[in-house]
Design a binder for this molecule. Structure first.
Ligand code: T4K
Length: 420
């Protein structure tokens, strides 16, 4: 039901706009029958893991799809990152953005490699190549660029710096499966690229990931590391771990690959609906995709200019959340403001002005195949309503948040807004 008065907002006790929550990251599901067939066949074969036929087929299909020589499927993106980092011989310090999911930093620190946070370019939200050289020390061995929200990093700029200083270059491409950059599919840049196939990603295998590389020697090393260092039966020739993808994950992957065009089409339509319906809202900008490239359109990211919306990003998120629109602040507060990095580098933020600015004003909205055009239209109408009444809502939030407005007080403390 459309909101007519600000007291209709669920935040102030009105009816919630949606019966069921709308999530950022609700999985894109393949054709159910196709998936069931694949699962049936793997159960019949009793081949459940250890690089079975489905994992091998998935690797081959992804290699073909991305035009990269080697695809090594993994149990998740984080382990894929850890293995790629180790196989590349990264040590000491590695330069990464702070504007990323914590896994990028943790994959280094887990191996006692220090992540050094570099600032991003405000337009692309990816590493700003101009800000990197000043961070290089004798201990620096590599750079990890992140193709944030499905937008490519400055691959050329980063490669030039890596070449000049003899550094390894890895890309965290967790968000960028099915994406191209200058006409070339993501997967083939740098020394290697790492994908995540987590349930919340554009393409998922429940949990999963992969390393892509054109380097034969590196691929061989990664394969060994992923399977305890086994080279054939009873022969361990290298230190390794267990990074293998299971057959049921590969089954999900194979079924999902068949549905990929449908995922893109749905996401693309959702993106255009958002773009159309939000274009006239002062202070809300949608991060646009470069439509000359292939995109997966999996991330609808808004930039909120509080000086125009009056309400800040967090207030908007709370107002949406009350209506069951669970927008996310990906990736607030930034790796440098999370432990252990916050304690290790308390002043890291001084070198990250663009990162900090962006972290405080971005908001990611629900999309994916579970979200319909009608639902997006409703979300956009709500945002229109909220922003056009920004000043009044702000005042009411302030009044609402002061204790004297809470009439019901329990022994454990005040009742939350939703309970009024
Ligand atoms: N690098 C980058 C840049 C990444 O973004 C990630 C992962 C990685 C590396 C590491 O890759 P993996 O090791 O994960 O393969 C999630 C995920 O756990 C994480 O995989 C992902 N990035 C990150 C962006 O998001 P949360 O805690 O924000 O997600 P969560 O569980 O709150 O899920 C979001 C919403 O999606 C839920 O509120 C409900 C919905 N949902 C979620 C799941 C898991 C479903 O409807 N069904 C589901 O099965 O971390």
């Amino acid at each position: 039901m459309a909101k007519k008065r600000i007291t209709d907002l669920a935040y102030f006790g009105g009816m919630k706009l949606f019966e069921n929550p709308l999530h950022v990251g609700a999985p894109n599901l393949p054709d159910r029958q196709r998936l069931m067939q694949q699962i049936d066949s793997l159960l019949t074969s009793r081949r459940l893991t250890n690089r079975g036929p489905m994992v091998r087929e998935l690797e081959q299909r992804i290699a073909e799809f991305t035009g990269v020589k080697h695809c090594i499927a993994m149990c998740n993106g984080t382990i894929a990152l850890e293995i790629a980092i180790r196989a590349l011989g990264m040590q000491g310090e590695v330069i990464i953005p702070s504007m990323t999911f914590i896994a990028t930093a943790h994959a280094l620190q887990w191996q006692e490699i220090t992540p050094v946070f570099a600032d991003i370019h405000p337009q692309s939200a990816t590493l700003d190549a101009r800000k990197i050289e000043r961070l290089i020390t004798p201990r620096t061995t590599g750079i990890i660029g992140v193709h944030l929200w499905g937008r490519s990093s400055d691959t050329h700029g980063l490669q030039a710096i890596a070449d000049k200083h003899g550094l390894k270059l890895l890309f965290d491409a967790a968000h960028a499966f099915g994406v191209s950059h200058e006409g070339k599919m993501i997967g083939g840049f740098g020394d290697a690229e790492v994908l995540s196939f987590h349930a919340t990603k554009f393409f998922n295998t429940f949990e999963g990931g992969a390393v892509l590389t054109n380097n034969d020697e590196l691929a061989e090393k990664i394969r060994l590391m992923q399977n305890f260092g086994f080279s054939g039966r009873d022969n361990v020739i290298y230190i390794g771990t267990n990074g293998k993808m299971s057959e049921i994950s590969a089954a999900m992957g194979l079924a999902s690959l068949e549905s990929l065009p449908r995922f893109v089409e749905h996401n693309r339509n959702n993106y255009h609906t958002y773009l159309d319906r939000l274009q006239n809202i002062q202070g809300i900008d949608v991060f646009e995709y470069n439509e000359k490239e292939k995109n997966n359109y999996q991330y609808i990211v808004l930039k909120i200019d509080e000086s125009k919306t009056v309400l800040n990003r967090d207030e908007l998120a709370d107002l949406l959340s009350a209506e069951r629109i669970l927008a996310r602040r990906y990736f607030y507060p930034g790796c440098h403001r999370m432990e252990p990095y916050r304690s290790y580098f308390p002043n890291a933020g001084l070198l990250l002005p663009e990162t900090e600015r962006l972290l405080d004003c971005v908001l990611t909205l629900p999309t994916g195949t579970s979200v319909s055009k009608a639902e997006i239209t409703t979300i956009c109408e709500l945002l229109h309503f909220i922003v056009s009444n920004g000043r009044e809502i702000k005042q009411k939030i302030r009044a609402w948040d002061y204790p004297e407005n809470f009439t019901a007080v329990t022994s454990g403390g005040m009742l939350s807004k939703g309970e009024h």
